[in-house]
Design a protein around this ligand. Structure first.
Ligand SMILES: CC(C)(COP(=O)(O)OP(=O)(O)OC[C@H]1O[C@@H](n2cnc3c(N)ncnc32)[C@H](O)[C@@H]1OP(=O)(O)O)[C@@H](O)C(=O)NCCC(=O)NCCS
Length: 142
């Protein structure tokens, strides 16, 4: 990973920055759900089964990964996002490695992602196991 990029675990005071970050992400990716500041505050106090890792370049937030540990050692990666200018520098991969390293009972890690990201996650060791399908209805259509 590039010099001057550091990783840390998010704490409650990072909720504002994470919410702003989500808003930026949503501008590029309409499927991306925006979590409010209070939703972030809540999840950051949920305990050790919920972890948000932040990547910063100097002091600027440039990426984050939110993972929660489900039953039987199954880690669910809720979000992983890196600012466009910082992509392909192994920021996501390094956040994933850090995330995998903190749980002793981990058996697997899973996430949902658009098809265009499949190659990227393959490079991180993930295998595609399912297809997500969606039907968009026009207003009034049933
Ligand atoms: C998906 C995403 C998080 C990847 O972040 P990133 O920091 O660029 O990923 P990394 O640099 O760690 O990439 C891991 C590997 O994939 C490669 N890679 C990254 N982007 C790539 C691309 N667009 N095309 C081909 N390979 C790519 C990297 O070079 C690296 O390979 P290497 O280990 O051989 O060097 C980032 O593109 C992103 O934020 N996308 C928008 C949000 C999103 O779609 N999130 C996922 C849904 S939850």
């Amino acid at each position: 990973m590039t010099n001057n990029i550091s990783l840390s675990f998010a704490v409650q005071k990072d909720a504002v920055a994470l919410n702003l970050f989500d808003r930026e992400a949503h501008k590029q990716m309409k499927w991306w759900g925006i979590r409010s500041k209070s939703e972030y505050q809540k999840l950051l106090t949920k305990g050790t089964r919920h972890r948000v890792i932040l990547a910063r370049h100097k002091s600027r937030l440039i990426g984050y990964l939110y993972a929660r540990m489900k039953k039987k050692g199954r880690l669910w990666i809720e979000d992983v996002y890196v600012l466009p200018d910082y992509r392909k520098r192994r920021v996501a991969k390094t956040m994933l490695t850090k995330s995998l390293s903190i749980w002793k009972d981990i058996q697997s890690a899973s996430l949902l992602t658009p098809n265009k990201n499949i190659k990227i996650f393959n490079k991180m060791g993930f295998k595609r196991v399912m297809n997500y399908m969606s039907l968009t209805l026009k207003k009034g259509q049933k």
